[in-house]
Design a binder for this molecule. Sequence first.
Ligand code: 6GU
Length: 258
Amino acid sequence: MRLDVVSIFPEYLAPLRLSLIGRAVEKGRIDLGVHDLRDWTHDRHRTVDDTPYGGGAGMVMKPEPWAEALTALLAEPAAAGTDATGAEPAAPAERPVLIVPSPAGTPFTQAAAAELAGREHLVFACGRYEGIDQRVVDWARDRAEVRLYSIGDYVLNGGEVAALVMTEAIARLIPGIIGNPESLTEESHEDGLLEYPVYTKPADWRGHPVPEILLSGNHAAIARWRRDERLRRTAAVRPDLLAGLDPDTLDALDWAVL
Ligand code: 6GU
């Protein structure tokens, strides 16, 4: 996957070089570019913002640097294998996805992360101030599949932290990036339920025993207990998730818990 991030604070994206994504970048599974928007300005002050039309508080990001940045980053890569020797015609390139982190976007979900993990090229446009001139988003629709995503109902100062959140959720779902892919299947949000509680040694810790069933060796009973815990937890803290479940995915034992 090719991953580009544009920001006026490229240092904010340093964590992309660490841990899981960092290793994927080192191994060449992710081709990462972190870019300073000011590199596409031409004035002495490297200006990226201006006052809003219509008045109001704060500043708005100017369209020109964004258009130059996105023109450069969304450009089709030079087609390989179409030289004068008449070799293989290159497969048509998939449209890049331009992700604009925004509190006014649609909710970013595990399903969105899973879908994006299968795409060839993601570009994150991290805005600051009151946002990016709307015409940039409209203009970019000819060049990319544009998506505005919010990571939750609260306000951040800019899109950088949201881009870190989204890239982590996406990158860990790219095939071959996580050592043990089984760890992906029983997680919170994979199937609309929260995960079950986990325990490790010692079996009794400061007077708190591990639930006995987990020491029983009865794998079917353990699986049922874990499912019951997932249902109870989800009902207790995220009734909105339960309401969104397909009732056909619940069996009689599930209904007995709920
Ligand atoms: Cl994606 N960006 C910003 N700036 N604020 C947010 C957000 C995103 N999601 C929630 N708040």
